[in-house]
Design a protein around this ligand. Sequence first.
Ligand SMILES: Nc1ncnc2c1ncn2[C@@H]1O[C@H](COP(=O)(O)OP(=O)(O)OP(=O)(O)O)[C@@H](O)[C@H]1O
Ligand SMILES: [Mg+2]
Length: 423
Amino acid sequence: MNDWISFCGETSRPDVTRACLALDTSARLEFATSADGLRRAVFESAPGELGVIVGPAPDGVSDVNLAAALAHDGNARRVVLATAGVSGSLRSRAARAGVDLVVDFEELGEGPCAEAGRSAADGGPCTLPAAVPLPTSSSRSEGTAPEGSAAPVLVFCSGRGGVGKTSIVAAAAAQATLWGLRVVALDLDLSCGNLYSCFGLTGGFDLARHGVPGEGGTDATRGVCVGGAPSLRVLGPCERPETAELAMPHVGGLLERLSHECDLVLVDTSTTFTDAVAQAAQRSDRLVLVTDTRPGAAAALARMAGLAVRLGVARTRIARLENRTSPRSRMDFALGRAEVGLEAARAFRTFEGGAEVSDLLSSGDALDLAEAGSAFSDSVACVLAQLLAELGRLPPAEGAQQALEADAPGRHRGLLGRLREAR
Ligand SMILES: Nc1ncnc2c1ncn2[C@@H]1O[C@H](COP(=O)(O)OP(=O)(O)OP(=O)(O)O)[C@@H](O)[C@H]1O
Ligand SMILES: [Mg+2]
């Protein structure tokens, strides 16, 4: 129980080593050479085998995001973030992300740290005054939230606008509701999102109020219920675009709570990769990168895939989805080619649904769109069923099973229905 692994910049290794020894006098510490390598090593280790220390990372890698991702993966014995100049907001962000401990190099100082170092060298006991334990209720690695108890979080992102994220999230949320799931549709296009309008609502729950004392911060998980579908709730965006910043820091914690209060969380995002989107990506069980068929899709996909991996999202959790394709065309596997880095990712398609899609969604009839069936909504149902099945969360509803079986997404339900009727 004293194997540790770390990733940090070369120059921080001595500090990370000191912090590690201060935590565990008999620690055996190894350094991974990349953030990806660290996550892979922890992922492939036995649960609880490795303690992890994330130190100040080289350019392009956020140490707190990486630590959060490792906490989320849930395989590490303990996830520690060790860095210099720890602020209160970093501590609370790390706590919300399930990081077990934040160690401040500066607070280790000469005295206690040297003491800890000497104690370690002597094999004697040591204390770590600078290590402030965080509330661990959200830490999965300690088993407080048993594996399998949290609802799947599916996050839909894209490298450019108008590819269909909102339409897909709305159709998927409606479909999952029809399958009997309690669904939360979360709009993280905090300034300009319009997911609520797909359900005929005049607004979602204003996320800027979440976390603002005295203004319903504790009630954010309520959301706004969709008329006619009380098990579907819509949260976000922010009522006033300028208040989006207020909501950003709370997204990780909000997602954590939501995932324990419903059966499925579907997240729509902005094209701009904000801090809120980054937190959602890291918390996601599946990060679905959406493209459409317009030229430039590969470049947008490559940008998003690279960013997601740099944020510490495991490639195994990334899927790609090509929207507005034709049932007659073949999947463009070249989109996931090696330089994009998604050649092993699950690839899905949703089909062009014509003007009916925007007509129904803009008039707030997402539920009707799902219920009536169409090339588009059937293909969304099929993708959703496959994602849920992969996560072991496909509901027993007959429609969900059928959607899974129709594994060539987008085979028109009308056609399937007619075939079934003919049997
Ligand atoms: N498969 C589809 N078939 C037909 N129309 C579609 C399809 N997907 C999306 N659309 C339409 O394309 C338009 C843009 O879609 P949508 O708003 O969902 O994209 P978005 O990625 O959320 O955009 P933004 O980045 O601006 O938020 C909408 O009018 C929508 O109805
Ligand atoms: Mg949108």
